[in-house]
Write a protein of this length. Structure first.
Length: 285
């Protein structure tokens, strides 16, 4: 009787264990299934964000208030597969020069200083990690190329998690010298920056999109609000304005009014000095 009870208990335990495993497998299969197609738009964001971050590191304050010509001769040969190339970097450098107080000159003849730029790196890397059993499509295709080898059935990917992402890298360097004498005045050093974009899947749910090229985290394209994150970003922008931030330095109407007032004041000074010059000294009788 005891042996019968033990056998019944063992059978019941096996059934419970098998049922539990089956339930887990069903939950995994029913958890969700989604995919994301990596397009060139993310790569362009990675490159442009890396360029902007690298240029933000440059310190052009020694050239503030000076007439500066940007020499891009050694950047013309740089070509990328996307529009993020030498032209984009040139425009970003000109913006940095403007916000730093440099007086940009259209040619060398009118400049007191020459600012020469070069690109040390501009590209992106990608990575993919699977937590589980990857698919055997590659092995199956390789086996089909060998004569006499029996066909290997394709095994689908079985994973509990997956990560994929890209990294953009940019390196920009500058140095400046006096236009007339050639005397060096400054060099920027290595301005290297990286940007990232990451997609994650957990039990088929996702992708969870995040990275430096995004303002917020999204799950399958939907916005996810993280407490205190937005407030911290606003405070950071108030401390330091970069070329990636939205910022208005002065309204055009205010600038035009200031220029008109300055021109009117200058005209009054010139008219007053002209009238003073026309006054004749009194003759002695």
């Amino acid at each position: 009787m005891t042996l019968a009870n033990d056998s019944l208990t063992t059978t019941t335990n096996l059934r419970i264990t098998f049922s539990g495993i089956l339930c887990v497998l069903l939950m995994v299969c029913m958890a969700g299934c989604s995919s994301a197609v990596q397009r060139s738009g993310t790569e362009q964001l990675l490159l442009s964000d890396a360029v902007d971050r690298a240029i933000d590191q440059l310190d052009l304050s020694p050239l503030a208030g000076r007439r500066v010509y940007l020499d891009t001769e050694f950047m013309k040969a740089i070509k990328a597969s996307t529009f993020v190339n030498a032209q984009y970097i040139t425009s970003s450098l000109r913006q940095k020069m403007t916000t730093s107080g440099c007086l940009i000159q259209p040619n060398r003849d009118t400049a007191d200083y020459i600012l020469e730029a070069r690109i040390g790196a501009l590209g992106s890397d990608s990575m993919e990690v699977t937590y589980g059993i990857p698919s055997s499509n590659g092995v199956t295709q390789a086996a089909n190329l060998v004569t006499g080898v029996p066909a290997i059935p394709a095994i689908p990917e079985i994973s509990v998690g997956k990560r994929s992402g890209g990294i953009g890298i940019a390196k920009v360097m500058l140095f400046a010298y006096h236009a007339e004498t050639g005397t060096p005045v400054m060099q920027s050093g290595n301005a290297i920056a990286r940007s990232d974009a990451k997609d994650s899947w957990i039990l088929g749910l996702g992708p969870v999109t995040r990275g430096s090229v995004y303002d917020e985290t999204r799950i399958a394209g939907d916005r996810v609000k993280i407490p205190f994150l937005k407030r911290r970003r606003v405070a950071q922008r108030e401390r330091d304005v970069t070329i990636r931030d939205r910022h208005q330095f002065i309204h055009p109407a205010v600038l035009e009014r200031q220029l008109a007032d300055a021109e009117a004041a200058e005209s009054e000074v010139v008219a007053a000095s002209h009238e003073d010059g026309q006054e004749q000294p009194a003759e002695d009788n």
